[in-house]
Design a binder for this molecule. Sequence first.
Ligand code: MIC
Ligand code: SF4
Length: 643
Amino acid sequence: MGKTIIEKIIETHRETAPESPAGEIGIRIDQTLTQDATGTMAYLQFEAMDLPEIRTELSVSYIDHNTIQIGYENADDHRYLQSVAGRFGIHLSRAGNGICHQVHLERFGIPGKTLIGSDSHTPTAGALAMLAVGAGGLDVALAMAGRPFYLPAPRIFRIELQGKLPPWVAAKDVILKILSIFTTKGNVGRIFEYSGSGLAFLTVPERATIANMGAECGVTTSIFPSDDMTRRFLAAQGRAKDWIPLHADADAVYEGEAVIDLSRLEPLAARPHSPDRISPVREIGPLAIRQVCIGSCTNSSYKDLATVAEILKGRTVHPEVSLIVAPGSRQVLENITREGYLAHILGAGARLMENACGFCIGNSQSPPSGAVSLRTSNRNFYGRSGTRDADIYLVSPETAAVSALKGRLTDPRQLGIALPFIPQPRKFHLDDNMIIRPLPPEDRAGVEIIRGPNIGAPPDNTHLTAHIDGEVTIKVGDKITTDHIIPAGARMKYRSNIPRYAHYVFEILDRDFSARALRIRNEGRQNIIVAGHSYGQGSSREHAALCPMYLGVKVVLAKSFERIHAANLINFGILPLIFENEGDYELLQAGDRLRVTDIRKVLTERRPLRIDNLTRGGYLPAAYELTDRQLALILGGGALRAR
Ligand code: MIC
Ligand code: SF4
């Protein structure tokens, strides 16, 4: 039987036999990436493993999320990251060099290799035919230590792209279409593998836009073949030697298939507050807009910004609109500068931001109250922009730029000009000055690790107690994102200081949560979170498990979980339980006292688990899906203790 691309990569990297019931497969990891907001914890955890150096082929630490640096905290984090990189043989991409996913694509990604990153958009590198997966910082630390990464049994789904995109329709519209089909829930364990005649017209950065936002569907990763387009991109990056061809066999078997005819697509937008609320731009109507932000790891490539420049050339941004442009990397900025595109962007009245996450993570450029903001990024979750009553729409760079000129959401085809074809340069101008390469091994031991006062040790956990005597500290609905659980934006500077950061758990939904949880913890009881479907969507931030753990959360009882978050909960010894009967969700209220008698025994003997409701009487059955490895983590109080 023929093999898929994913099966071929797994075959050359498998370290363990699949383990039931979840069918996890342990694979060897060739490359890792971290970013500063998740990286400090990952490296603190790596340090605790007491190894002289990393055991991967390549690990890169990027500084791209917290580059605003109000207060000393982020600057201290950056110094810590740089010193740790020096000590352990890790590459460091300095603040200002660009967003991790864009830079990794340009400078480090290699077809056929495995990559895990402490960021949910790590699958962007699937555009280069890598098996690239987002994970919590602890999993990345373990991979840097040479330990296998446990991939949930993949269900590989083929998406065939046929035909060619019409003018003004972009890669962003392809993935928005896919989001309209697959939505943001129900795709746990799935992998999207792309194929079809349409690939001949999609460059690697365009494929990257599509692979990037597969994360919004909740798939484990997305992958494209390594073909001539891949070869040309790597050659333009001066890395032709990294190319290998990699395709699925003609008789490979997939879980399912979808066919998308690119020639029939039109400009689309994701409406507030979820990336799967998709409508054609022409149907939404001429909404007045106050802000347009172009950038983020989804749409900030050379092609994206050159296209924007062609649209803005000789025109002026509407007086009611603030247009923000943030290139994805310094390479993109240098290349659009040399080609003259930047002058058109600036000449039209755009505001140039640093090559970093910036607006996308809500640490700058919050829109005005009640305003509409169009963004080329990947997430329009409630509150993420920093302005709770703002409405964020996700669109292509083409739609964003034309709308910025018009002052209202506009189908870009209405501009009435022909957009010139923008070829990928045969060779990009290359400059790695802001990448610090590892020292020779003999010089590393002498590097002092610098810790500022913001850098604490990861908090310790306790073993799972014999019984759970808990309380429902909060009850939340469907599609709770990690941005709801622990906000980023202005709060993100406390990422290295768990007791301080934990203060903001569920801040956006319930400001009193952390005080209440601490009280329950200090009374010797456990906190229980009750949730609907797709709990933990979005970011990979392990702080969404680590901070609740610190507050004494031991159980999350939900209708369903998203993959990365469920793995993070288990890594930190929090038990994810699933309602056996979804209707039981209605029977629970915040404040209910719940008890699970003999929980350790029940889990160990893999018996059915029942939760008694001491407040309302009665009980409800709950399911758990844990491999032996995961069960050991839950009983032992998490991977840091169980190591
Ligand atoms: C995001 O886009 O939400 C982030 C910020 O990049 C996160 C990581 C983080 O919270 O640090 C992600 O996607 O994993
Ligand atoms: Fe950065 Fe936004 Fe991409 Fe996350 S989604 S890595 S915050 S640019």
